[in-house]
Design a protein. Structure first.
Length: 169
């Protein structure tokens, strides 16, 4: 992975997160927070988990190993979660924008919340963050469909097509 590849991957990740939030905005606050029995309970909890995971990994990329994810009980509507996430996203994209090849190749060591201490090249962890978000955005899509809401496509190919269309316009 090159720094340019990583920037493109994280631009895609931000794009897909925005689209998931846009789709969730079609829910009522009650639907947004309704416990569904899914991995994280609700659409809100699943989206908040993605946001929290991005935060904890950014901390790890910068040499810190937090012991827990941030709590988001105040985010009972999409707008409040979107505002909180926008701050986190800005920090993450700024970090990604400064990466060098040496940064990506650097072996980072971090302590997880449950599984111990690990070390691996930073590029692997950075790919994991985007893959993790993709996985959970898929869960959000399922929950939205179960509630009768219309999910928005977040596939990587749709991102590429949208960018190409914009470049040709």
């Amino acid at each position: 992975m090159t720094p340019e590849d990583m920037r493109a991957l994280y631009d895609y990740n931000a794009w897909a997160n925005h689209r998931s939030l846009d789709a969730a905005a079609g829910l009522t606050n009650e639907q947004f927070t309704k416990q569904t029995g899914s991995s994280f309970g609700s659409v809100r909890d699943t989206l908040a988990h993605i946001c929290g995971a991005e935060w904890i990994w950014l901390e790890r990329f910068q040499g810190r190993s937090p012991a827990s994810l941030p709590d988001s009980p105040e985010c009972t509507e999409v707008a409040s979660l979107r505002a909180k996430w926008a701050e986190q996203e800005a920090r993450l994209l700024t970090f990604v924008g400064t990466l060098t090849q040496d940064d990506l190749n650097r072996v980072m060591e971090y302590k997880t919340m449950k599984f111990g201490v690990y070390s691996n090249p930073m590029w692997q962890s950075m790919q994991h963050v985007v893959n993790h978000g993709t996985y959970h955005r898929g869960q959000v899509t399922t929950l939205l469909r179960q509630m009768g809401a219309q999910p928005i496509l977040t596939d990587l190919m749709h991102y590429y097509r949208e960018r190409q269309k914009a470049a040709n316009a």
